[in-house]
Design a protein around this ligand. Structure first.
Ligand SMILES: Nc1ncnc2c1ncn2[C@@H]1O[C@H](COP(=O)(O)OP(=O)(O)OP(=O)(O)O)[C@@H](O)[C@H]1O
Ligand SMILES: Cc1ncc(CO)c(N)n1
Length: 264
């Protein structure tokens, strides 16, 4: 039993380290949390796009998770890229059995526009993973696909938030406004109230892996026993600072700085 908070990420790799499990580990480390990672897919990708994907078979993901959980149970976990429904079913079993705080980042399409989840997995994502989640973190497009509606107004956004919690059974949802017009405003709904956090939009294309990094920070904060609202505040401050200080790596949409945020 470790005194250090432990966060687990279950997601794909990005060999350039800007998104996926490597980014998650950096974000958790930066927040003072010991990071563990089980890999769902290897991708060949960089700041320009995804060149190829190699899925880990679901029964091997089961072995990775068994190795982790039979040895040390993490204090919180997140999932990111999960390409296929059979992988989701395996992961859901561990979330159910160990019942640790769970952040579900429904990764569907990379910043570059490449698909990272099959369409036929959508029903499983909605039926098995979302009801287990303490926080679901869709971006605007993912929220539209999952809620099955267009989001063109504040009113639509409020309706979509409620679909995740009131209809699908998540404890809370944060719809991220990285792709909204104007300020980058994120919306949290926890079943009783909607709260927002806003940052001025940073005029940059250095946003590769922002979603992964944001959800990894939320997971790290939950691993420390912080509330969802506290985790949201830290996640927002961290990602805004990380985008502002992006290191300018690669020829395309580069990664953020996982180590620049120095807040508590
Ligand atoms: N240009 C920006 N300026 C300020 N904040 C931003 C900007 N772009 C994204 N964010 C913030 O970054 C976080 C991640 O949001 P975003 O909508 O980009 O996620 P995503 O699309 O899932 O990311 P990914 O690129 O990893 O797929 C949110 O808090 C969002 O408000
Ligand atoms: C492995 C992986 N997960 C998530 C994203 C979304 O940014 C990505 N580009 N790559």
């Amino acid at each position: 039993m470790s005194g250090l908070p432990i966060g687990l990420t279950v997601a794909g790799t990005d060999p350039t380290g800007g998104a996926g499990v490597f980014a998650d580990l950096k974000a958790m480390h930066s927040r003072g949390v010991y990071g563990m990672a089980a890999v769902t897919s290897l991708t060949a990708q960089n700041t320009l796009g995804v060149q190829d994907v190699y899925n880990v078979p679901a029964d091997f993901i089961d072995k990775e998770l068994n190795s982790i959980f039979s040895d040390e149970v993490p204090h919180a976990m997140k999932t990111g890229m999960i390409a296929e429904a059979d992988m989701m079913a395996v992961i859901a079993e561990y979330v159910r059995k160990y019942n640790i705080p769970y952040v579900m980042d429904p990764v569907m399409i990379a910043t570059s526009g490449d698909r990272l989840m099959t369409d036929r997995s959508m029903a499983t994502l909605i039926d098995t993973l979302i009801p287990l989640a303490n926080i679901v973190t869709p971006n605007l497009h993912e929220a539209e696909s999952i809620a099955g509606m267009k989001i063109q107004s504040e009113n639509d956004l409020h309706k979509a938030l409620k679909v995740f919690v009131d209809d699908m059974g998540a404890e809370s949802v944060i719809i991220k406004g990285g792709h909204l017009e104007g300020d980058a405003t994120d919306y949290l709904y926890d079943g009783s109230r909607i709260s927002t956090l806003s940052a001025s939009r940073i005029d940059t294309d250095q946003t590769h892996g922002t979603g992964c990094t944001f959800s990894a920070v939320l997971t790290a904060e939950l691993a420390k026993g912080r509330t969802i609202e506290e985790a949201f505040k830290t996640g927002k401050a961290y990602i805004t600072n990380a985008i502002q200080n992006s290191p300018g790596i690669g020829k395309g949409s580069g990664p953020v700085n996982h180590f620049s945020y120095k807040g508590d």
